[in-house]
Design a protein around this ligand. Structure first.
Ligand code: ZN
Ligand code: ZN
Length: 261
């Protein structure tokens, strides 16, 4: 079976958490060897639950941070709590942080301040950074240049920019991760961008429970469906899915630092 990795899912989300055992089991049955589960949405309780889930399964890893939607609530206390949670060896990265100027659920200034603090925390803890960026590519590049890229680099998750933005992020050292959006009919520009990302810098994810790929669009997403995004990417790159899957697993293992076995 093709070895897969879901580099970004939210297993502590209320839509998946009560069913986490079964969700993980179905992922494994579909070939998922590693699940990178991100807290960040809502309060510190989501981060804590994400770490707790990762502590129960050898193939589940955690990422902790404050989502840009919730950046307005990211005070010093929250960062102290994140630092504390990140003592767990199951926490492989910091995030998701970043800028979302599409929804603007938190004011720009709060999002930018939180992004800076996450970049500093990632550098301090020597972990890679997981970035969420929506309609804010140019500003994100500026801030990362100012603060500096963490030594362990990072990933632009659920990339939705164009080819030019992809090139800028690649130049900074980021990996680029594609979600189920790649399978949507109207994602022509994104499919073009996918072609500029080299095989050694590309990742795939579900962002479950959000953004289910075709033919599951509109349903609750889960890691098992990551095969659909991988297949779409393989078609675009004119590569065999098995070959691309090996590269993606290797990339994820290099970025996050887990053993790809
Ligand atoms: Zn996101
Ligand atoms: Zn996410």
């Amino acid at each position: 079976m093709t070895p897969l990795v879901d580099t970004h899912c939210h297993l502590a989300d209320p839509k998946l958490r009560p069913d986490a055992d079964a969700v993980i089991e179905r992922g494994r049955a579909a070939g998922v060897r590693a699940f990178v589960s991100v807290g960040a949405i809502g309060t510190i309780e989501t981060d804590a639950a994400t770490v707790a889930i990762a502590e129960r399964y050898l193939d589940v890893y955690a990422v902790v941070g404050v989502h840009p939607h919730d950046a307005a609530g990211a005070d010093s206390r929250r960062f102290d709590q994140l630092r504390e949670l990140a003592r767990s060896s199951r926490v492989l990265a910091i995030g998701e942080t970043g800028l979302d100027f599409h929804y603007l659920h938190s004011p720009r200034e709060a999002q930018e301040a939180a992004l800076r603090r996450h970049l500093e925390l990632a550098a301090e803890l020597d972990r890679p950074i997981v970035i969420h960026c929506r309609a804010a590519e140019a500003r994100l590049v500026e801030i990362v240049r100012e603060v500096g890229m963490p030594r362990r680099a990072g990933v632009i998750h659920c990339f939705t920019g164009d080819a030019a933005a992809a090139r800028e992020f690649l130049a900074l050292g980021f990996f680029i991760s594609f979600s189920g959006i790649l399978t949507f009919k109207n994602a022509g520009a994104l499919r073009e961008a996918a072609q500029v990302v080299p095989d050694d810098r590309v990742l795939v994810e579900t962002d479950a429970p959000y953004l289910a790929p075709e033919p599951y669009r509109g349903r609750v997403n889960e890691p098992a469906y990551v095969s659909r995004t991988l297949a779409a990417l393989a078609r675009l790159k004119d590569t065999a899915p098995e070959t691309l899957a090996d590269r993606v697993l290797e990339n994820a293992s290099r970025l996050f630092g887990f053993a790809a076995g």
